[in-house]
Design a protein around this ligand. Structure first.
Ligand code: CP
Ligand code: NVA
Length: 306
């Protein structure tokens, strides 16, 4: 069962095989919940969860994952730690390493989680940085596999802001050979280095016309236009993205007939997506949210199980 040797800071660190095995394990844990009781792979293990930003799904799913696997999680907001009064990330990492078995952290700059990992002797999991959200994409790929049955020969369209979730999705797709199209406003294009690297493995069409980019998509995805770290650009972003990049029912009709809709949540209902799409039969957002729990368990087991 053990797949990963240490950290998960970005999907790009996983091999295709590791990614596929994680998805399979997540699906198995969902299908056979009693497996978790027998596995107890994390008995007496403790995870420190550091949140420099708010979280609903990541926090609850990791805490429950530890509990259901026989371990324990300690939730630490920035204010709970001496980090808020100036203790360095390096010293925080070294201190936590002498107490806990794994650290999960949600941070601002991606280099903060790298610093944490470089100074920790226990595994570090990225629970979202400004640049990447690998755990979200593990759950999303599991959701797509569950819904479509197969990850081959599908196309994913990303419409809207090229966020941390989008960056991780591009890497995930490049590992699995899933072609993509991305529609975002001029000036908000996807990260060029990630695109260049990923285009070695998949085709990625990029444009600023959502109707063109959604054409023939089997999966349609988006995220907020105003990520937590962009909150001070709220007004300019809303003006730039709306109304053109809002996913509504008529835009969804331009995707393939059986296309599904995913959103990592939280959604700003009526902004990046309408209620008519979020609450439609094409939307799989609640399975996607549930799958966070199954994938966190798969990830934790793959770090620890002998
Ligand atoms: N999708 C996601 O990571 O949600 P939270 O911010 O609630 O953890
Ligand atoms: N892009 C969003 C994702 C939230 C889960 C953010 O960083 O705020």
């Amino acid at each position: 069962m053990k797949l990963l040797t240490k950290n998960l800071l970005s999907i790009n660190e996983l091999t295709t095989n590791e990614l596929l095995q994680l998805i399979e394990l997540g699906m198995k844990l969902k299908r056979y919940p009693e497996l978790c009781k027998n596995l107890c792979g994390l008995k007496n293990k403790t995870m420190a969860m550091i949140f420099q930003k708010p979280s609903t799904r990541t926090r609850i799913s990791f805490e429950l994952a530890m509990l259901q696997l026989g371990g324990h999680a300690i939730n630490l907001s920035q204010q709970d730690l001496q980090l808020s009064l100036g203790e360095s990330i390096e010293d925080t990492a070294k201190t936590l390493s002498v107490y806990v078995d794994v650290i999960m952290a949600r941070v601002y700059e991606h280099k903060q989680i790298e610093l944490l990992a470089n100074n920790s002797s226990v595994p570090v999991i990225n629970g979202l940085s400004n640049t990447f959200h690998p755990c979200q994409i593990l759950a999303d790929l599991m959701t797509i596999k569950e819904q479509k049955g197969d990850l081959n020969h599908i196309k994913i369209a990303w419409i809207g802001d090229c966020t941390n979730v989008c960056n991780s999705l591009i890497y995930g797709c490049s590992k699995l050979g899933i072609n993509m199209s991305i529609a975002s406003p001029l000036g908000y294009e996807p990260n060029i280095d990630i695109i260049k690297e990923s285009r070695k493995y998949i085709s990625i069409e990029i444009g600023d016309n959502p109707s063109n980019m959604i054409d023939q998509a089997d999966v349609v995805m988006t995220d907020t236009f105003v990520s937590i770290h962009n909150i001070n650009q709220q007004n300019e972003r809303i003006q730039k993205f709306l109304p053109k990049f809002r996913i509504n029912s008529s835009l969804m009709k331009k995707a393939n007939k059986n296309a599904i809709f995913l959103h990592c949540l939280p959604a700003k209902r009526g902004y990046e997506v309408t209620n008519s799409v979020l609450d439609s039969t094409q939307s799989v957002i609640w399975s996607e949210a549930e799958n966070r729990l199954h994938m966190q368990k798969a990830l934790l087991l793959s770090l620890f199980d002998p």
